[in-house]
Design a protein around this ligand. Structure first.
Ligand code: DX5
Ligand code: ZN
Length: 222
């Protein structure tokens, strides 16, 4: 599966706040709403102080879902693991600029494996750091929380970088935003230029996941 073409607003539910004992059902429910992407948060306990899922879980989910798997690698050595993630069924791989010196090389490697590629910036990381490699990406991910946990408070200051990133990449590359997004602030990040919206708690803290996704979609487009 490929990232949706630019020109649309897409919601990418983050399964980090889903019920991990029922992941297949959770994925099926989000897929039933017509969203195209699932955001899969991979953490190594080193780049971030938390550990989540890796290739074996993604491979199992691949068997039960046709969603675009947007894999957000919050790991110290992404270069070592990209093959495994592609093998498991990743469609898009985002790595963090804070841990990669030769971003262009890693993007090329990911593309060579048949996957789209993205770079993410932590809240304190300058947009300048991605300037050279940005145009090679399919999507840039702006973090609006410190990566590591779901359900954190949205950092409005970090969101300001969305417009800077949009200015650099133009309209042919997706700009994704991740952390603390829900119906109350999604309009603001879309206004700044984001077109791909990650949401975890704002979806999975509600019994009615479908209604929660609709609420974000409505607030994003109105
Ligand atoms: C945080 C993750 C996010 C997280 C977002 O490190 O990268 O994708 O799941 O969750 P919410 O929407 O709850 O902030
Ligand atoms: Zn994420």
């Amino acid at each position: 599966m490929k990232l949706p073409r630019t020109g649309t607003i897409e919601i990418a539910p983050s399964i980090l706040s889903a019920d991990f004992s029922r992941l297949a059902e959770e994925i099926a429910v989000i897929e039933s709403t017509g969203v195209k992407m699932a955001h899969l948060d991979v953490m190594d306990g080193h780049f971030v102080p938390n550990i989540t899922i890796g290739p074996p879980v993604i491979a199992k989910l691949r068997k039960v879902s046709n969603l675009v798997f947007d894999c957000h690698l919050m790991i110290s050595e992404p270069d070592k693991y990209v093959e495994q993630f592609v093998e498991a069924g990743a469609d898009h791989i985002t790595f963090h600029i804070e841990v990669v010196k030769e971003a262009a090389e890693l993007i090329e490697k990911i593309h060579g494996l048949g996957c789209s590629a993205g770079i993410s910036l932590n809240p304190e990381t300058e947009v300048e750091s991605i300037k050279d490699a940005a145009s090679l990406c399919d999507m840039i991910l702006v973090m609006t929380v410190h990566p590591g946990f779901g359900g954190q408070k949205f950092m409005a200051e970090a969101a300001k970088k969305i417009s800077e990133v949009r200015e650099i990449v133009g309209s042919d590359i997706r700009v994704e935003v991740d952390g603390g997004i829900g119906p109350s602030n999604v309009g603001d990040v879309v206004g700044l230029g984001a077109d791909t919206i990650v949401a975890g708690k704002a979806i999975f803290s509600h019994t009615d996941r479908v209604g929660a996704i609709r609420a974000i979609q409505e607030a994003a487009t109105n």
